[in-house]
Write a protein that binds this ligand. Structure first.
Ligand SMILES: Cc1cc2nc3c(=O)[nH]c(=O)nc-3n(C[C@H](O)[C@H](O)[C@H](O)COP(=O)(O)OP(=O)(O)OC[C@H]3O[C@@H](n4cnc5c(N)ncnc54)[C@H](O)[C@@H]3O)c2cc1C
Length: 450
């Protein structure tokens, strides 16, 4: 006997930062939304636990204020030869001058609860498969989500927020795994009071740079977060290098005097990062991918929480019909083109170039952290690699970062990855139906005569 089907205006698959923010936005606008996650909350998630300035700004706009965060400013970067520079944290025009540290077990639970309080329906089950039907309310068909407990959910829009190895994206055929730019990172917690967040660039052997970095970030209650991340390109087998290097890296931190000799590391947890939007079509009919599912992790430094929340909000707004008259997928695709693709595409191409050139990686790390050069470049570097140029503080650093960004975009314009991203994000042909959006549906719920 077929399992019963429940109907929603929208289903959000995955309750990380991207999914919870999307469900929060939909639910507080009156949409009937299901938030599905395979895990029971609170649940842990491998992360450095740093929410960047754009993420902090967005939480302020949403009125979500987690308790117990550690507010962080400047960040130190230590290079392969021991050179050290400080990347300053400066408030921009559209974001604050700080990041937050909070363990994901706590942070994600706060967002999840906010979505529930706004009215989202929590479902604990694994998304096993997705079917797309044509027609539907938001201009691109409807989606039927099959759960591993045999339940089925039908919705006019499905937001795929189920992380880097998204089952939604896989099931709908939105990913070309051989084109994805993967990263893998592993973290542990350590009893240590750490003052400044630190990123460490290092060589695997003299002159041969490691294609990633290690970090040591402060956390609440004297629990620091340390880890190693590596870029692997499309070859996921190379991800094991991050796990292999963690002990060596912790020993390196002790030698640098950044960790006490007797600091004990706790259990480790690793996870995949999907970067630069490569190999992924973020929109297919009623299915919109956000966050890691869409490959929105910054290819240069691995940040993804802010992009997940921003894209979650953008997808929810598109579904609600805020774009006015066009179908949700077209509106969301336009947001991705406007706010993500130029940076993601060009830095993904840059990362792809560096991955095959470990000697260049080593030299670059040495030059950028050589104080006479590093000190003058650090303010622009901080803006560029944290993708904080747009809406950044006016001045020399922003101008320099703009020039660097323009040069990198120009130099990578003809790269295969940029061309592929352009194709994946090309505006769709006019979709079926008027795409009136969920706002109209919500109005109908409120006033059935409308
Ligand atoms: C070790 C490490 C360190 C990192 N450090 C940082 C950092 O310091 N700062 C930063 O900004 N970013 C960091 N990132 C990246 C960041 O973790 C991600 O970009 C971010 O979590 C993306 O959020 P999301 O909502 O898209 O996906 P996720 O946070 O991955 O959430 C996906 C959710 O979907 C659920 N799910 C998965 N599959 C299914 C399924 N089939 N059915 C139902 N539910 C499912 C999962 O249980 C999970 O709750 C790090 C990543 C790693 C691996």
């Amino acid at each position: 006997m077929a399992a019963e089907m429940s109907s929603y205006d929208a289903v959000v698959a995955g309750a990380g930062p991207g999914g919870s923010v999307a469900a929060f936005e939909l639910a507080r606008s009156g949409a009937h939304v299901a938030l599905v996650d395979k895990a029971r909350f609170p649940r842990d998630k491998a992360c450095g636990d740093l929410v960047g300035p754009r993420g902090v700004g967005l939480l302020g706009e949403l009125g979500i204020a987690p308790e117990g965060v550690v507010s962080l400013g400047d960040m130190a970067v230590i290079g392969p030869s021991g050179g050290r520079v400080i990347l300053p944290a400066v408030p921009g025009l559209t974001y604050p001058g700080c990041a937050w540290a909070l363990p994901r077990k706590v942070f994600d639970d706060v967002l999840y609860r906010a979505a529930m309080e706004a009215g989202a329906v929590a479902i604990t089950a694994r998304v096993a498969a997705v079917e797309v039907e044509s027609g539907g309310d938001v201009g691109g068909g409807a989606a039927v989500v099959h759960l591993d407990d045999r339940g089925r959910l039908r919705a006019g829009a499905l937001i795929g927020a189920d992380g880097a190895t998204s089952a939604v994206a896989g099931s709908v055929g939105m990913v070309r795994a051989d084109r994805v730019q993967w990263g893998f990172a592993v973290r542990t917690y350590i009893d240590a009071e750490v003052e400044l967040p630190v990123i460490v660039l290092f060589d695997e052997e003299p002159g041969v740079g490691f294609p990633g970095y290690g970090w040591l970030f402060p956390g609440p209650d004297g629990q620091a977060n340390a880890g190693v991340g590596v870029g692997t390109g499309s070859d996921r087998r190379a991800g094991a290098r991050a796990t292999r290097y963690l002990d060596t890296f912790l020993a390196h931190l002790r030698r640098l005097g950044l960790l006490p000799a007797d600091a004990v590391a706790g259990p480790r947890l690793g996870g995949w990062l999907k970067m630069g939007m490569l190999g992924t079509s973020p929109v297919s009919g009623p299915v919109l991918l956000v966050g890691d599912a869409a490959g929105l992790v910054n290819p240069l430094q691995g940040e993804g929480i802010a992009q997940a929340m921003l894209s979650g909000r953008a997808a929810a707004s598109a579904v609600l019909g805020v774009g006015g008259g066009r179908d949700a997928g077209a509106v969301y695709g336009q947001w991705l083109r406007q706010h993500q693709s130029a940076y993601q595409g060009s830095t993904a191409a840059l990362q792809g170039l560096l991955l095959g050139r470990p000697r260049m990686v080593s030299r670059l790390g040495r030059v950028l952290t050589w104080p006479p050069i590093g000190r003058s470049l650090a303010p622009a570097w901080a803006l560029y690699w944290n993708d904080l140029v747009t809406g950044g503080p006016p001045g020399r650093a922003r101008s320099l970062a703009r020039v660097a960004g323009g040069a990198i975009r120009g130099a990578t314009a003809a790269s295969p990855s940029r061309r592929e991203l352009g194709r994946a994000l090309a505006p769709p042909r006019p979709g079926p139906g008027p795409g009136e959006g969920l706002r109209a549906i919500v109005r109908r719920h409120a006033d059935p005569s409308a």
